[in-house]
Design a protein around this ligand. Structure first.
Ligand SMILES: [Zn+2]
Length: 373
């Protein structure tokens, strides 16, 4: 599986200046190439290369490989449309591949810079992925710091076949609830959000020139916070599944915003703006890395069906009430009930012949109550 690893460079002051010079020169070249492409209407990589490579190799201070990459970058930029002239920011990112970048032992990377190669120290918060570095990296300058966004190709663990699944219900009041009964509560998150909202209003009320900058920084902070919360939840669910030898079943939320009343309601709640697709992505890729089977199930009726008797019941906020008088369930936590249904659906989607749940939920599409199984 291909992932992107974020590596923070720790250049000396001198190296930092060389990196900046290199980025500026590469982007200056991009703008110069773009001028030619635009004026002479040459947008094809091969033709641009033919026209530009030798004269620009002589004029600019760049290695062949970097120059070749910049020509390709400009040609690429014109692929989308040829009606607008492309310009490049002075410190826009530049791509490095193995011809101009080598990873060395002890967290050192050698990068081609103007004036020759530089051996630069780096830190990486996910060192376990370093052995899987493969292919290109983008050198990025952001807020005074340098990063390599490096492609890694991590082998996927062998998937074991499983019969049982942990069902995960993406929440109304909790972020998510599993069929194991684990709740990832939104209390902390809501407190955090309330606090951030207060900070935001107080900044907005000042209305100074700096407030826009501050607000932007704040929203970046909130995105990072959301990503950490989702990572932590995904990690815990995948770990339990691995330990218990189960798979994971999640709701397939693709396009659900437009098709289901229940989700529309979700989107209006406090948690409405929570990034569930990010959480789903994290669960899926962590599952893949850990050899845990993860499947998406159709979410229809998972919240209205009794997980014990399969009857359609009633959901009011946090509580599901089974209307089948013969069922031992009277009321049950609504999200837990939904998670149970998702877990059962997971098993049936995985091995349809072994379960009746799949058929019964599909026969529900007409919203007719079905007899107890
Ligand atoms: Zn029931």
């Amino acid at each position: 599986m291909k992932l992107t690893l974020k590596i923070k460079l720790l250049p000396t002051n001198e190296q930092a200046n060389l990196l900046l010079d290199t980025m500026k020169e590469a982007n200056t070249v991009c703008n110069a190439i773009s001028d030619v492409a635009w004026q002479e209407k040459i947008f094809n990589n091969f033709k641009l290369h033919h026209k530009i490579y030798h004269p620009y190799k002589a004029t600019f201070n760049l290695s062949s490989q970097i120059l070749i990459r910049q020509i390709a970058k400009v040609a690429d930029a014109y692929k989308l449309d040829k009606k607008t002239k492309r310009t490049f920011k002075p410190l826009g990112s530049i791509a490095y591949d193995s011809r101009i970048m080598t990873y060395k032992p002890n967290n050192v990377v050698s990068l081609w810079c103007i004036g020759g190669r530089q051996k630069i120290d780096f830190v990486c918060h996910n060192p376990a992925y370093i052995p899987y570095i493969k292919g290109e990296a983008d050198l990025v300058y952001k807020k005074g710091k340098f990063y390599l966004f490096q492609t890694v190709d991590v082998p996927e663990d062998d998937m074991e076949d499983v019969e049982e699944f942990i069902g995960v219900d993406f929440g109304l009041t909790d972020i998510c609830v599993t069929s194991d009964g684990v709740k990832h509560s939104a209390d902390e998150l809501n407190k955090y959000r309330e606090h951030q909202q207060k900070v935001r209003s107080s900044i907005q009320s000042k209305g100074t020139r700096n407030s826009r900058k501050l607000l932007k920084r704040l929203s970046g902070k909130e995105r990072t916070h959301a990503s950490i919360v989702n990572h932590t939840i995904a990690k815990s669910i995948v770990q339990s599944a691995k330990e218990e030898g189960k798979g994971i079943a999640i709701e397939d939320l693709t396009g659900i915003r437009f098709t289901s009343k229940r989700r529309n309601k979700k989107f209006r709640t406090k948690l409405g703006k929570w990034n569930f697709s990010m959480l789903r992505q994290y669960i899926e890729y962590k599952s893949l890395l850990n050899g845990v089977k993860c499947i998406a199930v159709p979410p229809a009726y998972t919240s209205q069906t009794c997980s014990t008797c399969n009857h359609i019941g009633k959901r009011t906020n946090k509580v599901f009430k089974c209307t089948n008088t013969n069922c031992k369930v009277d009321t049950i936590d609504a999200d837990f009930n939904a998670a149970q249904n998702i877990s059962l659906l997971g098993a049936s989607v995985n091995m349809p012949e072994k379960s009746t749940m799949f058929c019964s939920l599909h026969s529900l599409s007409g919203l007719k109550p079905i007899p107890s199984l």
